[in-house]
Design a protein around this ligand. Structure first.
Ligand SMILES: Cc1ncc(COP(=O)(O)O)c(C=O)c1O
Length: 391
């Protein structure tokens, strides 16, 4: 039926999001069999450990009552832009509110940036593995996608190999740190910045949505490198630091002319991010941060629990990720491909994970496992993984 509609040829590559394939399968299986699935596949917080703090709920309710329920076209509420600018300055990127755009999540910010910068024939470099939705929009524009393989097992940019991919047509380099799907920080932003001095035509989009979910080492932003500041665009969100995934609010920080252009895109597409949500986000960012600190130490203990558990399973090896809430386990010892492992695990053990290949060819031999869930689920999932025969 869908073939009979005159869709734009630019949408030819649209398929259901690959990173959510496991979630769709798990949901379907749960409906069909009625059996409980352990959801290690979700890129989200789950369960009572991560409920929205009361003061954020109270601020939302007050904002609704105070009338923040109308159109409010523009780049975002002044107070929120100022709070974000102050936070970015603490990250090492001096920022004024005019360099901030409040968006409907990081994904929205990424989409607007990619559609605003790229056009037919431009080249864009993504890490492999990386974050698939970015590529959907790059393809939509007609840009040519190149991948720079991250080194294994530490998942770092090989700057020499990256440099070889740069041509006069390269417009954008995409970095994400802490990285999806492996949770590791990019250790060498300064080295990447130094190399980029030789290519002043290349802009950088740095997706830092887990910037404040790191455990052992501090996050470093390439936007803090002064000589690069006028060509770096930062993406961040309330989804991960404040566990506000469903509230759909994030931001982008960039030089003023970029923000002015993106603000037009935003106003002409969604008008504005709901003002009462912006008020809630302001409270989350500027109010009591005890909840965030507590969440971080909870996540760290869950990471350790998950990684230790995974390393007791035959055929699986798992390094301890620097941040985010995913473990990226090496399952090559099982002799299965990532997809075979993923399919059999959900079918035979009711445990859902994501095949590493959903994030790029370099994800072969790995699966992504989320540990932002209850300790009981971690233990039960590990138990099922240990007991199941996947051969
Ligand atoms: C790398 C990356 N960027 C962006 C997003 C989307 O974030 P948001 O919820 O703010 O849209 C995600 C979601 O997990 C992600 O992994």
């Amino acid at each position: 039926m869908s073939d009979s509609y005159p869709f734009s040829s630019r949408t030819k590559h649209f398929v259901q999001p690959k990173q959510w394939a496991s979630m769709r399968v798990a949901k379907e299986q749960e409906k069909k069999t009625g059996q409980r699935i352990i959801h290690f596949e979700k890129g989200d917080y789950q369960g009572p450990d991560f409920e929205t703090p009361q003061h954020v709920l109270d601020a939302t309710e007050k904002a609704l009552r105070d009338g923040y329920v109308r159109y409010d076209p523009g780049p975002g509420l002044d107070e929120l832009r100022k709070a974000i600018a102050d936070r970015m300055a603490r990250r090492g990127r001096p920022t004024v509110p005019e360099e901030v755009l409040v968006t409907a999540g990081a994904k929205h910010a990424l989409t607007m940036n990619l559609l605003t910068f790229l056009q037919d024939g431009d080249e864009v470099i993504f890490p492999n593995p990386g974050y698939p939705p970015d590529e959907v929009w790059a393809k939509y524009t007609g840009a040519v996608i190149k991948h720079t393989p991250l080194t294994k097992p530490d998942w770092q940019f090989d700057v020499e190999a990256l440099e070889k991919l740069i041509t006069p047509k390269t417009k954008l380099l995409i970095i994400n740190t802490p990285q999806r799907p492996n949770g590791d920080l990019v250790n060498n932003p300064e080295e990447i910045a130094e190399m980029l001095k030789r290519y002043p035509h290349v802009m950088v989009i740095t997706d830092e949505i887990f910037s404040e979910v790191t455990f052992d080492k501090p996050h470093k932003s390439i936007s803090a490198v002064e000589h690069l500041r006028d060509r770096v665009i930062v993406i961040d969100t309330f989804s991960k630091t404040w566990a506000m995934t469903g509230w759909r609010i994030g931001w982008t920080v960039a030089p003023k002319p970029v923000i002015e252009k993106l603000s037009i895109f935003l106003q002409d597409s969604i008008t504005n991010v709901a003002a009462f949500i912006q008020k809630a986000a302001f409270t989350a960012m500027t109010g009591d941060q005890g909840w965030v600190e507590n969440k971080l130490s909870l996540l760290k203990s869950k990471r350790d629990r998950m990684v230790a558990g995974l390393n007791t399973i035959d055929g699986i090896k798992c390094a301890s990720p620097d941040g985010a809430f995913y473990a990226f386990a090496d399952i090559s010892g099982t002799g299965l491909t990532s997809q075979e492992f993923t399919d059999r695990l959900v079918e035979r053990a009711n445990v859902a994970v994501v095949a590493g290949t959903a994030f790029g060819s370099q994800g072969e031999g790995y699966v992504r496992i989320t540990y932002a869930c209850s300790d009981e689920d971690i233990d039960e999932g590990i138990k099922r993984m240990k007991e199941v025969d996947l051969s």
